[in-house]
Ligand binder design. Structure first.
Ligand SMILES: [Zn+2]
Length: 104
C-alpha cells in the first residue's frame, strides 16, 4: 500500500528542478522530499485520513462487484483462496491501519 516514486520536480523551497522522492499511501501522496536540499513537504494528517477513509469507502462499495468479477473470471482460484482471505482480512486491515498511523 505504501510505495515511493522518484521523479524530477521544481522544489518550492530551493526553487531548483531536482530529483524528488514522492511517498504514496494508496492513491494519496503523503510526503514529497527534495533530494537536492532535503526539504520535506508532508500532507496534513487530517487530509491524509480523510483521503484514506474515502478510498476505503470506495473499496467497500465496489467489493461485491470485484468479487463477482473474480468468481466469473477465476472460479477455482476464488473458491480455494476465499476462506483464507476471510480469515486473514482482519489482520490485513489491522496491518494497513498500523502502517497508515506509523508512516503519517
Ligand atoms: Zn529543494
Amino acid at each position: 500500500m505504501i510505495r515511493q516514486v522518484k521523479t524530477t520536480l521544481r522544489c518550492s523551497w530551493c526553487l531548483s528542478e531536482a530529483p524528488t522522492l514522492i511517498t504514496y499511501m494508496g492513491d494519496s501522496i503523503v510526503k514529497m522530499e527534495c533530494q537536492s536540499c532535503g526539504h520535506i513537504y508532508r500532507i496534513s494528517k487530517a487530509s491524509l485520513y480523510s483521503s484514506i477513509l474515502s478510498q476505503w469507502e470506495t473499496r467497500a462499495l465496489t467489493k461485491p462487484l470485484r468479487l463477482a468479477k473474480e468468481i466469473k473470471n477465476h472460479p477455482s482460484r476464488f473458491v480455494l483462496s476465499f476462506p483464507f482471505r476471510v480469515l486473514t482480512k482482519p489482520l490485513r486491515v489491522t496491518k494497513e491501519l498500523a502502517q497508515t498511523y506509523i508512516k503519517s
